[in-house]
Structures are given as structure tokens and as C-alpha cells.
Design a protein around this ligand. Structure first.
Ligand code: FES
Ligand code: FE2
Length: 356
């Protein structure tokens, strides 16, 4: 069994995009907890319950389980739960057993994301949900998707915190030689659990992803500023501009193209992760061709990562126990992320699980 990154339980995780949750039951799994998601009829409030009926553990996200108003009716023998997970009806008897309830989970809908808290509900603070305003702000257009990957979520964190792989894995899409050649700077805010990795290229080839979408034909300055809010939210602030456009210190330079590339990294179970990806732009927002191009191109890029990580996980599964890795400068951000994740795991562990 290869190394698996443990779950940091007392944290917010993206379980779904807002548009995925409605009056159809949606099954997801976060940190090994199976969940069923839906919205209430009148207010449209998202509800997240444990996805196993207390009776014989039928998955509540599966047909013929259905909604009756805001209540969920198990498709096997009809146990019926309200939005708090309390069972309000059982077949064949008047008395509902007091223990008949499924867990309900704290949920926050913000920035077009459905965040859930699967740890100690007493500790769930909605103010602690990190923001990704560009996903749902006026003036921004976003393309998005989600791909499940059969790998330890730590491998996806590694992947995203080191973009030098763009040159090799994503050559011809977003990678050019300068990405791998340009050193990074890394900043870690241990207290806030944030890792920042920056790579500023002053004079670089423009990769097709940006050449075709922005229309820039020559060489570019290309800035990549990563902000990783452990454990779940990753935002890459990307700036491209023709070489010679002097960056405006307040970031509002009109001749640069700003793109926010967002990922939510949600461990679903042991060795499986949801890769939520989104590309947001505030330029050419009316141009549907650009939108379609970015959607298709980024999906291809994401699938290159998905294939690589599926393969890497299978490969690690055949390694001898205690295999070694070799880390270099490009891994500084990824190693900082591992340290922070280890701390969050420790903080979220139940007392009996704590490492002595
Ligand atoms: S398994 Fe749900 S009612 Fe029997
Ligand atoms: Fe990648």
C-alpha cells in the first residue's frame, strides 16, 4: 500500500458546484463520508445528509429514493427523513425509534460552490470558508468541470503546487520551456495555512492556450502566482501581457490579461480525489468562441493531469514499502503544503487517533 495522505477532518471541503445541486438527489463522498445533497423546495437551501439509511443502509442518493417536499423517502422501505436527518416516518408502526436519524452536515453555499464540513460540527465556522469571488462575480466568465481521479489527494496537491510540469506534461497547451527554466519563490503563512508560489517570466513564448484566446502574437511576460489555502482551495492568478507592457503595481493594468485558475481539491475516499477545476476571465467576456476554446483546451490539460496521476498512483502501488523520493527547488511549495496538511490532520484527529 503506497503512502496515503490522511484526511484533515475539521475543514471545509467543496462537495459540489452550486449548479449540480437541485431537486435531484446527488451522491458524493468527502473524506470517506458518503453524502446525499439536495435543495429545499421553497428556499432552495442546500441540505447535506449521510447517504446511508439507518434501516438497512440503502444509499439515499440512489433511486427509487425520492424527495417528498423537503423530506427524503428511502427507496427501499420508506424510512423518511427531514432536513436535519431526523427520521419522521417508518413503515408498519406509529413509534419512530429515537435513534432513527442520519447525520446532517454543516453546509455553506458561496462563490458558486457547495462547501461541507464533515468533522466536529461544533467547530464549523462559516466565516472560515475561503473565498473565490471571481467564480460568481459580475464581469467574470467561468468555464468549469470536475474529474474524479484514482489517486491520493496529496498527489494532486503536489501536482498543482509545482507548475514546472507544464513544460513536459502540457507542452503544446500551456507549457513552454520558460516555465520549467524559471525559478520560483515560495512564501508560507503557517498560521493561516496558506502557501504562495510565484514564477514571473519576463520574456517567454506564448503558449497556444493564451495565444489563441487573447490574440497576442509575440512573446509575453507571464506571471503565475499560486495561492493554496490548505486543504481544499487553490487559485492560480495568471497574468499574460505582450513583452514590454509594464505591470501596474495595483494589478489593474489594462493591457494585461488576467485569468484566475481555480481548483478545489476534495479527497473523496482512500486513494480517490475530486478535481474541481475552473478558468475565470474578465476579458473577452462576450466572446463565446473564446469561452468554448478555453473550456475544451483546459479540459484537455486537466485530463493530461488525470491520466498522469492515475498512472502515478498505480505505479506507487507496485513500489516496495519505504521507497524514496528526491526533492529539488521546484518542490518547495509542495513540501510546505505537505507540512501544513500534516498539521491540519493532527489538529482534526479525534483524541484517540492523535500521534503520541
Ligand atoms: S433501507 Fe431504507 S427503509 Fe429500509
Ligand atoms: Fe497540470
Amino acid at each position: 500500500m503506497p503512502h496515503m495522505t490522511a484526511y484533515a477532518r475539521n475543514q471545509w471541503y467543496v462537495a459540489a458546484y452550486s449548479h449540480e445541486v437541485g431537486r435531484e438527489l446527488l451522491g458524493r463522498s468527502v473524506c470517506g463520508e458518503t453524502l446525499v445533497l439536495y435543495r429545499t423546495e421553497d428556499e432552495g437551501t442546500p441540505v447535506v445528509l449521510h447517504d446511508r439509511c439507518v434501516h438497512r443502509r440503502y444509499p439515499l442518493s440512489e433511486a427509487p429514493t425520492r424527495l417528498d417536499g423537503d423530506r427524503i423517502v428511502c427507496g427501499y422501505h420508506g424510512f423518511t427523513y427531514d432536513t436535519t436527518g431526523t427520521c419522521v416516518y417508518v413503515p408498519g408502526q406509529k413509534r419512530v425509534p429515537r435513534t432513527a436519524r442520519v447525520a446532517s452536515y454543516p453546509v455553506v453555499e458561496q462563490d458558486s460552490l457547495i462547501w461541507v464540513w464533515i468533522g466536529d460540527p461544533e467547530l464549523a465556522d462559516p466565516a472560515g470558508v475561503p473565498r473565490a469571488r471571481h467564480l460568481d462575480a459580475p464581469g467574470w466568465v467561468t468555464v468549469r468541470g470536475m474529474e474524479p481521479i484514482d489517486c491520493d489527494y496529496g498527489l494532486l496537491v503536489d501536482n498543482l503546487l509545482d507548475l514546472s510540469h507544464e513544460t513536459y506534461l502540457h507542452g503544446g497547451y500551456i507549457g513552454t520551456p520558460e516555465v520549467a527554466e524559471t525559478p520560483i519563490t515560495t512564501e508560507v503563512d503557517e498560521g493561516a495555512g496558506i502557501v504562495r508560489v510565484s514564477r514571473h517570466m519576463d520574456d517567454a513564448e506564448c503558449p497556444p492556450f493564451y495565444a489563441r484566446s487573447t490574440g497576442i502574437s509575440g512573446r509575453i511576460t507571464r506571471w503565475q502566482d499560486i495561492e493554496y489555502h490548505a486543504p481544499c482551495l487553490y487559485v492560480l492568478h495568471s497574468r499574460v501581457a505582450p513583452v514590454g507592457v509594464v505591470p501596474n503595481p495595483d494589478g489593474s493594468d489594462p493591457d494585461a490579461f488576467h485569468t484566475e485558475v481555480t481548483y478545489a481539491i476534495t479527497p473523496s475516499g482512500d486513494g480517490t480525489v475530486y478535481d474541481f477545476w475552473a478558468v475565470s476571465r474578465d476579458w473577452a467576456t462576450e466572446d463565446d468562441e473564446v469561452t468554448e476554446f478555453l473550456r475544451a483546451n483546459n479540459h484537455t490539460v486537466v485530463m493530461q493531469d488525470v491520466d498522469a496521476l492515475n498512472l502515478l498512483q498505480r505505479t506507487l502501488g507496485t513500489e516496495r514499502h519505504g521507497y524514496q523520493e528526491l526533492s529539488i527547488n521546484i518542490d518547495t511549495g509542495g513540501l510546505a503544503a505537505r507540512r501544513i496538511l500534516a498539521r491540519l490532520v493532527e489538529e482534526g484527529a479525534k483524541p484517540e487517533e492523535k500521534v503520541k
